[in-house]
Unconditional design. Structure first.
Lengths: 387, 387
């Protein structure tokens, strides 16, 4: 029962007007005041400020009979340009998206991601190139959001640790901002993917969880459109929840962390005890040839994937659980098997409380989510300069 | 980036005015309009409606020099009376609390809670008695919130299952409302306790998790003052997260549910394999006499309590974890041991991300939380009848 301070209320009202135009434009001053329940004076003052800032523009629409034109407002689609960037192991994807969510350009290419320097070069060069080809005036607001697997301090934009990229304490925001004259946000990739999935569901669900099974194991939950972050953006780190305190040793120093039963390199290292194995693909090939050792490894991973789903369902009670990550997206065998078997592991009273889905944003998810995140952040924190 | 419908905005503004008076009263019409950024007309219309409804009342305060009296508004403390009720195994506690959070009366007594009929008799008789002793006019709004351990459908107020009370599909809301002419809410006790803890911290923390270790194992998370419920109020059911898929059988049908390593009856049943044991107290006495079997049972329970804390920290990333429940509140040996040992089980990167505390609302927590919950629900859903 907390009332935020007045400054917060003022900003919230500005955001509200902007959202009204983005979602309901063309819309008139009178409609904005009515829909937001603000005084006509306050609403009008905010509209004027948004016009002056160039976020919205006028659109004159003929009123039916008399032929006079009434003034409505629509968003200025070029005002805010988002660059969504995904850093995956040895691959970088970049999308350029405008204020109303249209894709202007997209690129994806190989990059040696072990070197954060190469990554920074590739991102800044590509964004420079993309911008050169567009004819934006200089007043446009351009923001960049980078998603990657790992633990990120979102305030400072430091990648504290990414086991997948083998990064530790990389001040990615600072390094990119030194190369590009735009504000950069760094985010956990699963949070962004979850935002994109949520948006794709068009508000069908209020609480959406995503689980990533791949080089690591993680999760993210969206509640009414917002990322559930916890206190310091560390929520969803299910890869290090303990699923057997007497279990196998995890490089983190604990025993029986969930990821040690599922993540790709652990499966490969288990398999290597029997054969020379370099990829999950090879394990699956042996699995399909009915080799007992390969079946044991995959079957065990499936059980722990079921445990991961159960534990996410019991803790967050989502309406839908979306499975993603390389193990799900690249291996149809695993994808089909988990859909067949997961129910065995779910606590019975919650078996019908959720739907299990496979990611449908696929390789575009992180980039789309990054653009959504930038726009949401921009609107929520928008502060008119007019006062 | 979702705009709730206009009806929602209207109600939200009404709640805002009411909260302003509750938190900042005495407060003038002008201050209310200014602080809420509403038009003076809208703000004044809502104030008039609240006055007419009797939620707030005028307070004339002399302005310094001229001697004229200005009109301010304060909450009407008797307008809204909450009954907070806790049903614990064989004990019922009831508190009567007014609109500004003052306790008017409190009672607690033994009751055979295995019989839902006895429970309903005791609650309705006590509330009738308490009300008889007060001189409330008939226009007062009286609400009841009952907290108990179990899975509750908060919409219908049906207790779907409570292992602790041995209840199944009890339509508690309906049964109580048949006996008392007031709206009744049924809630999970841990959610209410978490609300009370959150309030006790006076907004020191944004994300507060509570874990209950007792006849069952559960958790609840408060985010910025609101219960994190998930889609259907089932979030926090950590007792049935799997912490060893190859572990011991749980009555739910799964293997290795967290509660099977911690909950009282499981400890007693383990202990009974060695000696005739009827209570946790007896196990602890043997533990303190250094009997190996008792040490094994308690030490193992401590490891799984540590796992519970780790898994709550990794999934929700709270700023504080509050331990509660009979095992913590009634047995200082266990309380001291878990505080000594839990760090062993926490994922190292999150070791300093939270504070571990022991519940300080104790046996008043559920009743206090129930009153808070009723008031919060009332304010958030308050809808003026004036239109």
């Amino acid at each position: 029962m907390l009332i935020k301070n007045q400054d917060y209320l003022r900003r919230r009202n500005q955001s509200l007007v902007l959202k009204m135009v983005l979602e309901h434009g063309p819309i008139s001053r009178a409609e904005i005041a009515k829909k937001t329940m603000m005084s006509p004076t306050s609403a009008s003052r905010i509209v004027t400020s948004l016009l002056k800032e160039g976020l919205i523009r006028e659109k004159k629409i003929s009123t039916s009979q008399v032929g006079r034109k009434a003034i409505y407002f629509v968003p200025n689609e070029d005002y805010f340009i988002s660059f969504g960037v995904e850093i995956d192991v040895n691959r970088i994807s970049i999308g350029m998206i405008n204020f109303v969510g249209e894709w202007l350009e997209a690129k994806s290419f190989y990059c040696d991601t072990a070197s954060s320097e190469s990554v920074i070069n590739v991102i800044s060069d590509t964004i420079h190139d993309m911008l050169k080809r567009q004819k934006f005036s200089e007043s446009k607001i351009i923001r960049i959001c980078v998603g990657l697997p790992g633990i990120i301090d979102i305030e400072s934009g430091v990648v504290q640790a990414s086991a997948q990229l083998n990064w530790r304490d990389i001040p990615l925001k600072k390094l990119l901002e030194a190369r590009l004259p735009y504000e950069v946000q760094i985010e956990n990739e699963l949070n962004l993917k979850a935002l994109a999935e949520y948006e794709a569901f068009q508000s069908t669900y209020g609480t959406v969880a995503i689980i990533g099974f791949g080089k690591g194991v993680g999760s993210s939950v969206i509640v009414n459109g917002d990322i559930f972050r916890g206190a310091h953006n560390y929520s969803g780190e299910i890869g290090h929840t303990t699923v057997d305190p007497y279990g196998v040793y995890c490089p983190c120093g604990n025993f029986g962390c969930l990821q040690t039963y599922i993540a790709e390199q652990f499966l490969i290292s288990e398999a290597s005890k029997t054969r020379t194995i370099n990829s999950v693909n090879e394990i699956i090939r042996y699995y399909e040839r009915d080799e007992k050792w390969a079946q044991n490894i995959i079957d065990k991973a499936l059980i722990y994937m079921g445990v991961a789903i159960n534990n996410v369902v019991c803790t967050y009670n989502p309406e839908v659980v979306v499975l993603s990550g390389s193990l799900i997206e690249n291996y149809s065998t695993i994808r089909d098997l988990i859909l067949e078997t997961y129910k065995e592991n779910i606590w019975k009273p919650l078996l019908d409380s959720f739907e299990l889905k496979i990611t449908n944003t696929r390789n575009k998810g992180v980039v789309m989510g990054a653009a959504l995140n930038l726009q949401q952040h921009f609107i929520d924190n928008f502060d008119e300069k007019g006062d």
